[in-house]
Design a binder for this molecule. Structure first.
Ligand code: SF4
Ligand code: SF4
Length: 424
């Protein structure tokens, strides 16, 4: 497979291997030093940065993205390298609050703080940012980002069941295609789109397979380790090789304490960008194992592929991205269906929902998720509302422990009932 700009694999590997650049875009503090692919992903930001610099030096365009609605394939077909700019660092919140209101979600503030501080090298090297109208805070922040960075904002319709709305999204895809062709002086052909679709389908399939390891009754990795295995740069060859290696190495690995002694958690809600994994750590430090993350840093964006043989590739790309069940959509029935399916596939014993403080859409929708978990799935539910500050960690830990006690109590009364049924 070729890389960003048709370079040979050996050249790309050299660029990724010699990487020692440290960036401020998140950390792996809290997880012990690992080996093999897990170690590689602990330094993934450095690998990604080296790769992005390598591609840019050879004429590729760096395109910043901040959401799972962004069609990576169109950017790649235009010779662009999509890099994620979502901020997960609490340190970037304070500088952002000099401009943005404090009652805004940490993810938005952190992302913007990086721009003010010029502290995200991916953002500083970006030739273009492609964003979309999702939540109000993000879309207004983009106007301020546009002071320093070239932006294109896609208008995301928010009624997933409405045919007219989908047609508008297809039109937005065609508009983005023209913008990319003009700005990068290129032509996006069907052949280039097919190659990009093949790369991203492969990346999604590998991530699905890794996530599926957690379906086991004794998973070989923690949810935190799986969360750490994410790519800052979409379709990066070195990452794909590491995903493959992980799939060869991880089955059969044993966790200590054994994974089957922990409470199986389905985590839903907002994404956890690199550096903002605190709640995941609290869950797993208190006896839980996050077997499935339904959110945008989990399985949600990798469940659907794109048909590379579709007669209209732009429509096929539009369809894949439009049907992402994010809370900015109304109604967002797809998320409830997905949660029901995932809770069964991953044998979840409880549902934990994470909401970044002031995230209105996930917060309002949380009452529907609670109802689904408790009334339909018969699973205990906990909603955690927090931000990037660690000040409430002890309180969150207590609530998680209490949830796990409830799960433990239910499991033992179910065990007793089974015994009675067998003996009586
Ligand atoms: S949660 Fe919604 S707005 Fe946030 S990254 Fe995912 S799709 Fe985009
Ligand atoms: S977490 Fe909520 S408020 Fe924050 S960027 Fe995502 S959708 Fe917007």
């Amino acid at each position: 497979m070729s890389g960003c700009c048709g370079n040979k694999r050996s050249e790309i590997n050299k660029a990724e291997a010699g990487c020692s650049v440290k960036t401020a875009c998140g950390s792996n503090a809290g997880i012990p030093k690992q080996e093999g692919p897990l170690a590689y992903f602990q330094d993934q930001v450095s690998h990604g940065l080296k790769y992005a610099e390598f591609c840019k030096e050879r004429g590729a365009k760096i395109v910043g993205i901040m959401c799972e609605f962004t069609p990576r394939e169109l950017i790649m077909a235009a010779g662009g390298v999509p890099v994620c700019l979502c901020g997960g660092s609490g340190e970037m919140v304070e500088p952002a609050e000099r401009v943005l209101p404090s009652n805004l979600c940490s993810l938005i503030k952190s992302t913007f703080g990086y721009s003010l501080e010029k502290a995200n090298p991916f953002l500083e090297m970006a030739d273009l940012i492609v964003a979309e109208t999702t939540c109000d805070g993000k879309k207004k922040m983009y106007e301020l980002l546009a002071d320093r960075h070239k932006m294109h904002v896609l208008e995301l319709p928010q009624k997933p069941e409405d045919t007219d709305a989908f047609e508008h999204w297809v039109a937005e895809m065609n508009k983005l295609k023209s913008v990319l062709e003009k700005q990068f002086v290129t032509t996006i052909t069907d052949g280039k789109l097919r190659s990009a679709i093949a790369v991203m389908n492969r990346e999604r399939a590998l991530k699905r397979d890794l996530a599926a390891l957690m379906k086991s009754s004794n998973p070989p990795l923690t949810g935190r380790e799986l969360l750490g295995m994410k790519s800052t740069v979409a379709g990066m060859p070195g990452d794909l090789e590491q995903y493959e290696q992980a799939l060869r190495m991880l089955p059969g690995r044993a966790l200590n304490p054994q994974a089957n002694s922990r409470v199986r958690v389905l985590l839903t809600g907002v994404p956890l960008p690199r550096g903002a994994e605190r709640v995941m750590d609290i869950i797993e430090d208190n006896g839980g194992l996050v077997v499935c993350q339904e959110n945008c840093t989990g399985v949600k964006p990798v469940l659907d592929d794109i048909d590379a043989d579709a007669p209209d590739l732009i429509r096929a790309i539009a369809a894949k991205y439009y049907h992402l069940p994010c809370s900015v959509m109304t109604p967002n029935k797809g998320r409830m269906e997905l949660l029901g399916k995932l809770s069964q596939e991953y044998k979840a014993q409880c549902v934990i929902e994470l909401v970044w403080r002031t995230c209105i859409t996930y917060d309002v929708e949380s009452s529907l998720v609670k109802r689904l978990a408790e009334d339909e799935l018969n699973l205990p539910y906990l909603r955690i509302e927090t931000d990037y500050s660690p000040s409430d960690s002890a309180r969150i830990a207590l609530r998680v422990q209490s949830l796990f006690e409830t799960v433990g109590g239910r499991e033992s009364s179910m065990g007793e009932a089974m015994k009675e049924r067998c003996h009586g």
